[in-house]
Design a protein around this ligand. Sequence first.
Ligand code: AVI
Length: 327
Amino acid sequence: MNALASTHPSVATAVAEALTDGFSRRPRSLPPWLFYDDQGSELFEQITLLPEYYLTRAEREILERHADEIVALAAEGSSRTLRVVELGAGSATKTQLVLRAVVRRQGRVLYVPIDVSEAALTEAVERLRREEPGVEVQPVASSHADAFPAIRALGPRRVVLFLGSSIGNFDDDDAIALLSGIARSVQPGAALVLGADRRKDPSVLLPAYDDARGVTAAFNLNVLRRLNRELGADFDLDRWRHRAVWNDAGSRIEMHLESTVGQWVRVPAIGRAWRFERGETIHTESSHKYTRERLDGILEASGFSRARTFTDAAELFDVVVALRQAC
Ligand code: AVI
């Protein structure tokens, strides 16, 4: 059996295409969705617990304090039952705070978590079924791009959650394309609850993406391990190092993998080899950090208007409730 055939054929093809496309660019790049195989999803869960990675704690603090207000805003102007759909749900631990607030308000709720990681979805479903009797869970294993039919299928009074500053992993044009797709899938007045990380001093940002225990480094390097496993590539992980860089003009943290020596990498499943010079990098992720103006520009261009912003006590992170504008 060749390396391509050992994993799900459509996933293997997508991974091979992502690699071929990303390595044909200069600087070379890989798309961040490649992080989230089962090991990568597990490493990301560990990142969310790191002392340096303030994002998850700040967002949790906001939801702990304001979930009832957020739900009340989303339900405003309608007596109908709210339904909750979440893009990139992961293990959905913070979402539980929102779901409980919906259950307090209306007794029961239908929740549709959408994620590419089936392992993360399974964990979320098992935990919610155990811990939240008022929540009916209907998981959908899908990428963001394929999620719109699932959102539309929920009918009116959907609340769309997009938490964790996942929006930050998109360039502005792609963020607008995604949010516009959501806007087209809901009715005027429907609420989008968006977690977004604020622009701040790099002395706070950089450790969040280059932690002392090396968990983020392992998360970044896991991409190469995935390419070795799924495409039979021969990346030697000892010859690559994790780098986190603050790009001030782009207002984003960038993650790169840097080749520490001159080397060839062979990928037998697609019959190709690539040369990397010493110091050459592969750009694996951008994590955009927002000013209020920039985020409003993205929301408005997508058909949403900011209704209210909730912030943690240290003012590191925002949860924005935005409403679908009338057409
Ligand atoms: C999922 N995403 C919002 C995370 C972020 O902060 O950009 C992914 C991550 N990358 C490194 N650490 C966490």
